[in-house]
Design a protein around this ligand. Structure first.
Ligand code: OAD
Length: 253
């Protein structure tokens, strides 16, 4: 599906752009999404793995799941959609990238300013003394990692179900959504709130909301336009539209 003439004109002219990404943007890199036929939640139960109670009841099992995901993410590379967003950051005056992903692929693709709503799987911390840790996994005996300084349990620095999002990060994302001319909603099912409220904030403040997804979502009826297709194809096309006019603008000065 191609971008409409109106969509292209907003891409060409927007001075303030806010983006929200979800697991779908990393699917073409080989990171499984959560929902859908091949999604992680079809094989694993979120209530057994992605909440604090589950972690306290069975930290070894939760760490087995995160060790598996860390190993998947270690070997994957940013795809053309991540790279295109990194370039947008360099050419758009006011650009904000908000992500629900914990895979670090935006940063590895060259994005400098990334607002992570759900944390980052590469970071961990001790639940007792809060000491941060990098690159910890299950130990050789299959036991959850322990803090080197106090012996407390270490948890992944991600947001689990029932936990609050990092307040300031969310506020920065909401402020960017409220002031942007163009909001890009990329590769998310749009059913996990409060992240899914950001495109609605943008819409309510008059922004054009462009969704990119391989299928229609719960938010599709509430956005300005949905482009059905792969993020790795569509996002570079969006970048090309942005670059066109910005080059013309520079030449005419
Ligand atoms: P989901 O797995 O819910 O949705 C992924 C979306 O990406 C779906 O709508 C797919 O149709 C779409 N998609 C898949 N491949 C695509 C591609 N190549 N191009 C474009 N779109 C594609 O993932 P999220 O919306 O990120 O939270 O899930 C939101 C949150 O729910 C996650 O951050 C996680 C999860 O439970 C926590 O763990 C707190």
């Amino acid at each position: 599906m191609t971008i409409s003439a109106k969509g292209i004109s907003v891409l060409e002219s927007a001075a303030s752009v806010c983006v929200l990404t979800g697991a779908g943007i990393s699917a073409e890199s080989g990171v499984p999404t959560f929902r859908g036929k091949e999604g992680l939640w079809s094989k694993f139960k979120p209530e057994e793995l992605a909440n604090f109670r589950a972690f306290i009841n069975n930290p070894d099992l939760v760490w087995e799941w995160y060790t598996y995901r860390k190993n998947v993410m270690k070997d994957v590379k940013p795809n053309p959609a991540h790279l295109a967003l990194a370039e947008m950051e360099r050419i758009v005056e006011d650009f904000t990238l908000v992500t629900q992903n914990v895979d670090n692929l935006h940063q590895r693709g060259g994005s400098r300013n990334v607002y992570e709503l759900h944390g980052n799987i590469e970071r961990s911390y001790c639940i007792d003394c809060r000491r941060p840790e990098q690159n910890v996994m299950l130990d050789e005996q299959g036991k959850a990692p322990r803090c080197k300084s106090c012996g407390g349990l270490i948890r992944p620095d991600v947001v689990w179900f029932g936990e609050l999002l990092p307040y300031e990060t969310f506020q920065m994302g909401a402020a960017a959504a409220a002031r942007c001319d163009l909001f890009l909603l990329i590769g998310t099912s749009g059913i996990v709130y409060p992240a899914a409220s950001l495109p609605l904030v943008a819409r309510d403040h008059g922004a054009y909301v462009l969704e990119v997804n391989q299928e229609y979502t719960d938010l599709s009826s509430r956005v300005s336009e949905t482009i059905v297709g792969k993020a790795g194809v569509i996002v570079p096309e969006m970048l090309a539209s942005m670059k066109n006019t910005r080059k013309r603008g520079t030449n005419s000065e």
